[in-house]
Ligand binder design. Structure first.
Ligand SMILES: NC(=O)c1ccc[n+]([C@@H]2O[C@H](COP(=O)([O-])OP(=O)(O)OC[C@H]3O[C@@H](n4cnc5c(N)ncnc54)[C@H](O)[C@@H]3O)[C@@H](O)[C@H]2O)c1
Length: 330
């Protein structure tokens, strides 16, 4: 993910200058710097923060290191975009948001789907009242290939709710313009029981309620095999909006054997425009001295839903989403 952000900044966002890249795998950082034709690469975030001419940092480390990285960048007085999830625990998230607030720096969270042309068009129509009062939110998020077992063993990322469903939790809050109050999660490891020992699941269904009476449902699946499949529907009192087609391109191929369509296979292709628009908006916010559109508080609230979903799965019952008080400066 860091590589894509770096490529976008280097090649497609002329208002920003990519000054340096860092990775604990220093050779990877050096190679990336070489390929992107920039001078500076570092083997740690701390070393990179010493680099002259640095105004802002994109954090795309594994989930487990987000909280520490945000605090380190805040302490250095730099603005930042941090990939989702903001943190893996609510206490870490509160701590890092305090650090951001005290340092007076800006933080954007990487919920790039908000920048996807179809999702942002849906939001504009909802805001214009075209579907009336939102009543039901439904979303499907399926990755094509499940992570290798070594990724579970490494224990550097959150479970399915934190890595995958978190995007839909954010969409639910954003598109329904409401907060999720209660969740009930069902999960399965039936086709890959070995992931259970790492506290993870292969697929989940989360039913939920919103504060103002609407309801929702999100299905997440780590290994759909056939493709990368992200779809959302928002049903309102006057109509419905469906986002997501599963298709890689709009082309349909017809032969004597039937009809085929290329199915999307990866988030980097499906959401290519969204990642670019996300970084452009981050750079624009920094240059124009405004707060980012996707805030630290958005990161915290989506995380609170993920935590409730995990608790619901562990306790096998509905769980209230813990109240999150507004966070200043985030
Ligand atoms: N928004 C999205 O759609 C999206 C998509 C994919 C990944 N992500 C997020 O991006 C982050 C990275 O995911 P990924 O798939 O690129 O992971 P990855 O494991 O492929 O890459 C992570 C990189 O970070 C380096 N690293 C590890 N610890 C570090 C540290 N403390 N300081 C500096 N570098 C460190 C690793 O060496 C590696 O090169 C995750 O938080 C993930 O959830 C977001």
């Amino acid at each position: 993910m860091g590589r894509r952000h770096a490529e976008n900044l280097r090649r497609l966002v002329p208002q920003a200058q990519l000054v340096a890249v860092a990775d604990v795998a220093a050779e990877r950082a050096r190679r990336t710097a070489g390929e992107l034709e920039i001078e500076n690469s570092f083997g740690s975030l701390e070393a990179m923060l010493e680099c002259k001419g640095l105004d802002a940092v994109i954090i795309a480390t594994p989930d487990k290191f987000h909280a520490d990285a945000v605090k380190t960048v805040a302490a250095a007085g730099k603005d930042m975009l941090c990939e989702k999830p903001l943190a893996l625990t609510l206490s870490d998230a509160h701590e890092l948001l305090d650090a951001v607030s005290k340092a007076g720096v800006r933080l954007q969270v990487g919920f790039m789907r908000r920048y996807d042309p179809a999702y942002s068009a849906a939001m504009k129509r909802i805001e214009a009242g075209e579907i009336g009062v939102p009543v039901v939110f439904k979303s499907v998020g399926r990755d094509k290939d499940g992570p290798p077992l070594s990724a579970y063993q490494a224990n550097l990322g959150g479970m399915l709710f934190y890595t995958n469903t978190i995007h839909d939790f954010d969409l639910a809050r954003w598109l329904m313009q409401d907060e999720v109050s209660e969740v009930h999660a069902y999960t399965t490891v039936a086709i890959r029981p070995e992931v259970a020992q790492f506290g993870d699941v292969v697929a989940s269904v989360v039913n939920f309620k919103f504060n103002q009476g609407a309801i929702g449902n999100i299905e997440s699946y780590a290994q759909a095999v056939y493709g990368y499949d992200v779809r959302t529907e928002i049903v309102g009192s006057k109509g419905s909006i469906m986002v997501g087609s599963m298709q890689q391109t709009p082309a349909t191929f017809l032969t004597a054997h039937g009809k085929t369509q290329a199915i999307a296979d990866h988030f980097l292709t499906t959401f290519a425009d969204a990642y670019l628009a996300e970084i452009q908006d981050f750079v624009d916010a920094m240059l124009n001295d405004r707060q980012p559109r996707v805030s630290g508080e958005d990161g915290l609230r989506a995380l609170a839903i993920a935590v409730a979903a995990e608790n619901s799965y562990l306790q096998a019952k509905p769980v209230k989403v813990s109240a999150v008080s507004s966070v200043s400066g985030s």
